[in-house]
Write a protein that binds this ligand. Structure first.
Ligand code: WTA
Length: 652
């Protein structure tokens, strides 16, 4: 855990505590530890109470069937996630409440009430049925941050077709791999989406991907501007491609929500692991909805009049759980924004907060560090006094960024919830409850009521610093890896018996608080995005000049981690600034711009153990410019010295 030591040192010096402000506590849903205690004494009954707040077509027979590592929650129960997010509120008299406020990057806006959103979702659900999509069929979604992204997800849920959302920044190859792994029948995309003033050519990427996706029968294309852009920049394949607006214009809003089994698939979401192939994380309906509903309510202290903004992209789990399913299941008013935080200038987020009266704001530490760098004059230029709660997710937050966020965005009066969770956990797991828990900058504090976490060593004994583990099954846990249950068992459940291995290192304070330190496996966290080192390495060796590649993360001021790629070249090839640019671009084309290495270091050789394993720890130290640790196990110690010299030479 060498790379984590620096952070550990920082945190050990951190002793500031921020109790919930009295004015906040006065009206908070949870104000003390009693819910935690009652959940602890009977977690199953506790989760059953939460599930009881949702709408079920049929009540469950059993709350939990746990045959490690497989759980069934609310077995026998039938519900529909879209019904819970929409119809339940419309039927309950809230049809006129604003569900979704959307602003495009160019400044265009749209608003949907719960009744309007329900009807649009029903229309698109019917359109999917008309295209031949049946319950259980997978639908791939590759969209920008436009309302149709949420609409498409909910339409799938309505008709019982699991969705697989693929982040709009992924390349055609990454899109094709994910479509093929899930054998999706339909792909929903758009003619483009705005990012920093330019239109991202999603349809062109989709066309390139679908050329190698035999299971795709139709591509539905949303016109970003409501009508196809003129002159029409999109090629529509006859018989295969259909415009979204043509489809929904043909149908009514009568499509009813299908009662799904609690354990029916709600969605698949691909995430990076330690091999070159991303994992299709499987989430089912009843348990997932129960936990995203509960956590949204308590962690964000959500009230009827809140305007809630989570800045994530729907292509990631945060967008699934805390833009779409959690807030809408709670009947909240959500804000969705299409574009970049610095377009047209660095005050855009704060203007949005002021304009729409945002009260709850949830973002990532990497964004906060960028705001810090841009300077406090940007938020100071907008009225942020409506904000009452702030959140962070995606990576450890450094105390300095926490304090800056608290002061400059929260005006010193808003509690901050630092929420630890993962694509696999589906919902928030470790977090303060803002009216009850004293916050400590850099700590996600304590498990959400009903969740049991621990820090274990290799043998499974509890320790102060070690691996983060979840010791009880939880409702929104992943159920398997799509099509690969062996990988599910192996990745998460093989380290200890019946205990979940999260892949993070953590330490525990004397007060029981959890301090998550970062990944302990070969997964990088670049600007809050999970990227497998193997994926980047495969993309590099795919280039004709590269013989071997080893990718590590190095400390980066804004992104948290940046990708450093050590590369050896084939006979006769020579490293050059031009080749470095080419290799970085190659990775961006193969995977997506988020995986583009920050730097490529050409090496004559990579440091290996005598058994041939690349010593990443040493490469990380070299990339971070640190003193080298133990090199005695190296097959050829001279290799690192040469590399180190070269590296400092290259930098200077
Ligand atoms: C990291 C995002 C520290 C962690 C919801 C985890 C965090 C990975 C935090 C999951 C946090 C997320 N403090 N680290 N509050 N939240 N992480 O699947 O390493 O994209 O394993 O899910 O992000 O990333 P994922």
């Amino acid at each position: 855990m060498t790379s984590l030591e620096g952070r550990l040192d920082d945190l050990l010096r951190e002793d500031r505590a921020f109790p919930p402000p009295e004015t906040f506590r006065e009206s908070a849903h949870v104000t003390d530890d009693r819910p935690r205690e009652s959940a602890e004494s009977d977690p199953v009954a506790y989760w059953e109470r939460w599930a009881g707040e949702l709408h079920w077509f049929r009540r469950w027979d059993t709350v939990l069937i746990w045959e490690p590592p497989h759980a069934r929650w609310f077995d026998g129960g039938r519900l529909n996630a879209a019904f819970n997010c929409l119809d339940r509120h419309v039927d309950g008299g809230k049809g006129g409440k604003t569900a979704l406020i959307w602003e495009g990057e160019p400044g265009d806006t749209r608003r949907y009430t719960y009744a309007e959103l329900r009807d649009e979702v029903a229309r698109f659900g019917q359109a999917l049925l008309d295209l031949g999509v049946r319950r259980g069929d997978r639908v791939a979604i590759y969209l920008p941050m436009i309302p149709e992204a949420a609409i498409a997800m909910l339409a799938c849920a309505r008709i019982g077709a699991p969705h697989s959302v693929i982040f709009g920044g992924f390349s055609p190859d990454s899109l094709a791999d994910r479509i093929n792994d899930a054998s999706a029948r339909v792909l929903v995309t758009a003619d483009g989406g705005y990012r920093r003033g330019g239109l991202v050519p999603l349809k062109a990427n989709a066309d390139a991907a679908v050329a190698s996706c035999p299971t795709i029968e139709h591509v539905v294309v949303v016109a970003r501007e409501g009508r196809p852009a003129e002159p029409n920049n999109v090629a529509m394949a006859p018989g295969r491609d259909v415009w979204y607006h043509d489809l929904v214009a043909r149908v009514g809003a009568g499509c009813e929500a299908v009662p799904m089994e609690a354990e029916d698939l709600l969605f698949i979401l691909y995430t990076s692991g330690t091999t070159g192939k991303p994992k299709g994380v499987v989430h089912t309906t009843g348990g997932y909805l129960t936990q995203v509903y509960a956590t949204t309510r308590w962690v964000f202290d959500l009230k009827e009049e809140d305007v809630y903004w989570c800045t994530a992209d729907v292509g990631w789990i945060t967008g699934h759980s805390y833009i779409v399913y959690g807030p809408l299941a709670n009947g909240a008013t959500i804000l969705m924004y299409e574009g970049a935080p610095d377009h047209p200038d660095r005050g855009r987020f704060w203007e949005l907060c002021e304009k729409y009266g945002v009260t709850i704001f949830y973002t990532a530490p990497t964004a906060i560090r960028a705001f810090m760098k841009w300077g406090e004059e940007w938020p100071a230029g907008s009225d942020l006094t409506r904000l009452r709660l702030l959140g962070t997710v995606g990576e450890p937050i450094n105390p300095e960024a926490w304090i800056w966020y608290h002061r400059n965005i929260g005006g010193g009066r808003c509690p901050i919830v630092d929420t630890w969770w993962q694509t696999e956990t589906g919902a928030i797991m470790i977090t303060p409850l803002p009216g009850a828990t004293d916050a400590r900058p850099g700590s996600a504090t304590l498990p959400f009521p009903g969740i049991e976490a621990a820090i274990l060593d290799d043998s499974g004994s509890e320790v102060d610093a070690g691996y983060l583990a979840i010791t009880l099954p939880w409702p929104s846990m992943l159920r398997t890896v799509y099509g690969d249950d062996a990988r599910y068992r192996d990745t998460y459940w093989s380290k200890w018996d019946g205990v979940y291995f999260a892949g993070d290192g953590a330490k525990r304070g004397a007060d029981g608080y959890f301090w998550v330190l970062g990944r302990v496996d070969d997964v990088l966290n670049v600007a809050g995005h999970r990227i497998g080192t193997m994926e980047v390495e495969s993309a590099l060796v795919d280039h004709g000049a590269v013989a071997e590649a080893a990718v590590v993360g190095r400390v980066h001021e804004v992104k948290g981690e940046a990708i450093a790629a050590f590369v050896t070249l084939k006979e006769g090839r020579k490293g050059s600034a031009q080749l470095e640019i080419e290799l970085r671009a190659h990775v961006a084309t193969k995977i997506g711009p988020i995986a583009r290495p920050e730097e490529v270091i050409f090496a004559a050789d990579l440091p290996k153990t005598r058994s041939g394993k690349i010593m990443r720890r040493l490469l990380r130290d070299i990339a971070d410019g640190k003193a080298l640790g133990d090199t005695t196990t190296l097959a050829d110690p001279a290799v690192v010295e040469t590399l180190k010299e070269r590296y400092s030479g290259q930098e200077g």
